[in-house]
Design a binder for this molecule. Structure first.
Ligand code: BGC
Length: 257
């Protein structure tokens, strides 16, 4: 829907690659000015900006590590300063680390929880404080995972973070509703992105996974971006506290072998 987000400003964290890059380009194509946040890959962020501009959209790049409270405050302050407002926040940045539960280190636990949960928590807080002060409505969209609900053995830190996002969205929906701010999660299944590189390189594992997906393919980042665009739009004004699963049927597919 070109143009339906015109006049809006959207921050998309982790938009130098993968799902974040796709959401950033989609929201820009729909008319929003996008703040392209990145942690370590300025070249990826520049690529996102190039894609946005090639399609006639507007974006700025800002470096911020979402696990740092100082960085997330600066990210929101700069977005307001440079662009005059900030209406949509897409908490997309996320990482995962695989380990047997009994081998998980404190370092890995902190790395995953700091980005996936603490980062979302305090960036959302900074975003909400600005909106509240300006008495403006807003939209928050968290890129969670099917693993906010479904077990994922050997990824206990990831599951703990995504489960946390599930309850965070539900609780904040209640607390932020009176401010006119909605919050929803998108729960992607297996999507073709760099986070799945190991899986994509492991043909037997990949084929076993594909057998569990009724639609018979991995999802594309654009599939996820389409729901983000919907949740950011006026059509989604009455939706809050929900999770939108986009997984090709993976989570509902239990069958006897
Ligand atoms: C994870 C992927 C996994 C997929 C389906 C995603 O949240 O990031 O590693 O393949 O869920 O299990």
């Amino acid at each position: 829907m070109p143009g339906h987000l015109s006049g809006k400003v959207a921050i998309v964290t982790g938009s130098s690659s993968g799902i974040g890059q796709s959401i950033a380009t989609r929201l820009a194509a729909d008319g929003a000015t996008v703040v392209i946040d990145y942690r370590n890959h300025p070249e990826g962020a520049e690529e996102t900006k190039k894609q946005i501009e090639a399609a006639g959209g507007k974006g700025i790049t800002l470096q911020a590590d979402v696990s740092s409270l100082v960085d997330v405050q600066r990210l929101v302050d700069e977005a307001w300063q440079q662009l005059g407002s900030c209406d949509i926040l897409v908490n997309n940045a996320g990482i995962e680390k695989s380990a047997d539960f009994w081998d998980v280190t404190e370092q890995d636990y902190d790395a995953v929880l700091d980005v996936n949960l603490k980062g979302v928590f305090f960036l959302t807080q900074a975003f909400v404080r600005h909106l509240r002060e300006a008495k403006r409505p807003g939209r928050i969209i968290n890129i969670s995972s099917v693993h906010e609900d479904m077990a994922f053995p050997h990824f206990s830190t990831y599951c703990a973070s995504k489960g946390g996002l599930r309850m965070l969205a539900r609780t904040l929906a209640v607390e932020l509703g009176p401010l006119g701010i909605t919050i929803n999660n998108i729960a992607p299944g297996a999507i073709m992105t760099p986070i799945n590189k190991k899986l994509l390189d492991d043909k037997p594992k990949l084929n076993a996974l594909l057998k569990n997906i009724p639609l018979g393919r991995m999802g594309m980042p654009e599939d996820v971006a389409a729901i983000a665009a919907f949740l950011a739009s006026d059509d989604a004004a009455y939706i809050t506290g929900s999770t939108y699963v986009i997984d090709g049927g993976l989570t509902v597919n239990y069958h006897e072998q």
